[in-house]
Design a protein around this ligand. Sequence first.
Ligand code: HDE
Length: 714
Amino acid sequence: MPKKPAPSPATDNQLHDHQPGAGKPSFATEQGNGGELHQTASDGADPAAFLTDNFGHRIADNQNSLRAGERGPTLLEDFVLREKIFHFDHERIPERIVHARGSGAHGVFECTKAIPGLTKASIFQTEGASCPVFVRFSTVAGGAGSVDTPRDVRGFAVKLYTDSGNWDLVGNNIPVFFIQDAMKFPDLVHSVKMEADRGYPQAASAHDTFWDFIGLMPEAMHMIMWAMSDRTIPRSLRMIEGFGVHTFRFVNEKGEGKFVKFHWKPVLGIQSTTWDEAVKIAGADPDFHRRDLFEAIDAGDFPAWDLGVQVFDEAFAAKQPYDVLDATKLIPEEDVPVEIVGRMTLNRNVDNFFAETEQVAFLPSNIIPGIDFSNDPLLQGRLFSYLDTQKSRLGTTNFHQIPINAPKCPFHNFQRDGMMQTLVPTGRANYEPNSLAEAGEHGGPRPSAATGFNSFTTNDERNDPTEKLRIRAELFADHFSQARMFYLSQTENEQAHIASALVFELSKVTLDHVRVRVVGQLRNIDEDLAKRVAAGLAIDLPAEEKAARAPVDLKPSDALSIQKNADDTMEGRKVAILFAEGSDKAAIDALKATIEKAGGTAFLVAPKVGGIKVKGGTLKADGQLAGSPSALFDAVASILTDDQAKSLSKQGAAVQWFMDAFGHCKTIAHDEATQILLDKAGVEKDSGVVALDGFAKVGTRRHWAREAKVRDLA
Ligand code: HDE
């Protein structure tokens, strides 16, 4: 007689942990009508507590597959196993072609200034009008599992669920783009992604094919200045600007149209890291930005952005030395000030990453009456691409029914069927016109000429729509004027960062002629920049690449610099306090209070995380020293005993902690005992290396004047 198999311990646990009626397990998926039927189940238990398969059958054992005998083969009959594995096998969907790595959050947009004279968009009619939003921030080049802090442009995609339909403002944290025409997008993306034969590098532009393409596409040079600046190594997603990039249209009730550019201004200010810091963060916490966003929202520190608009007309556009339809150009804020009309606050984390952040589908073609497109050829190409890509990513034309994508206002039409149809349209009317209403049946919805979306009729007289041409308008040929303007608008330190980033990236290029060509292009931007980069690469200054159109000198714009606009707020910043056995708890508490009062967060770091005996009690650390390098914080402080400081001065992780904080130009607040560690780390006294009671005054600002002491910049 076969002996009775022993029950597996896991099965027992499962039964004990999830006793029916013991409360709703967090993994329960309640779907369809099954739940309702189970409500009336005879055993009277909470139906949500039962593990079922996808068709509502309760599962008795979630540990063991069905076998023929104790040591025999698994049976095909095991529908529980087959369904579980079948579903798992298909869990992944294709990642986004670009912007695959992203983090999302819910929030609200509120109109803070009504602008009915400019637009009839419902959301801008009354001050205080609001709508829900979903935002997804992303990097561009890396795959879905890549790190958060490569040098890369950040996507800034906002879905506003307005009462007149979804408005998707799918922008970036840089106001211009690499290319002028959608025709070049696949080439750009192929060049920056992993190289086709070798499959590397991941999430990096520092390689041959990218710079080969760039050297041959001088229209990218303005964007390259931004990409090599600190904008592409942000400190936090909460501290990036957002831009709609393209010129759009505002249309008012009278049908009058003006051009508009959209800006999102972070309330916390713009802040970036240094390159060395970004690289170290990638190792210490590959999810640095995702975690930072999640934790801030979780703690109730809701990040916010002001929505600004630059509005101008054809007459203004005609007078500029650039074409406003060219996405490689911006409108200086000094020429057209940014007017703030709304505020967006992110106040809720996603409940499920896949269902929301992964399945959200942004469409630049989602606009609402009162907003319209311009003839920007890059934007026009995007209007096709995003709708198209969703079919291959989400697998069905019914992707709009996924909750995160569905509008929150009613939608009715005669589109029917398709894969994964989850709606159940009723009635016979699935065509229009119909006269079913005359027979007392429901005839379905009808178009409305008055309230429906009417495209703006362009009054651009320079355009002859009867001509079919594959050309670009004349001013699109100016590739360097604004690149120069951007470079000259930066502080000396920011210019040095740009030059050094170019040297770093081009040093990774192995094809000599590619390097030479890019430096030849830089000569059209700024002679000094080209010389610095050539010197940094140890190559002779190459001949200037011929410019299609000679650049003109534009007035530098202070608004383009991060450092010129930095304010000293501690709001949203994170300060690490290093302590160890015997540290003075009162001093730690006092510093913590100072940081929190200024809107920052204190993070306690110690050699061990459990309870540590300190002077005045026991203290738990938030992070262990080796796992919490100083690169993860905005500033550091240290409160130690002489003995502990001496012992830590022999440990690499502790010495590196201060060396990096100093090298990343951060404030270091310390007690006397810490001096031995500072000496070992080569930390010299300056305005950012202060005693503990001096911290409040210096705060978390960076001390850029120190940088020349710690590294050679190009
Ligand atoms: Fe995108 N872009 N793009 N792009 N883009 C995508 O759409 C595309 C461009 C941007 O978080 C894709 O749903 C073309 C400019 C963001 O889900 C794809 C062109 C700007 C996101 C696509 C551009 C952007 C995308 C990939 C040239 C800034 C992430 C998956 C004509 C204004 C949205 C998807 C998210 C995503 C195409 C140029 C921003 C393939 C053809 C310019 C923020 O459809």
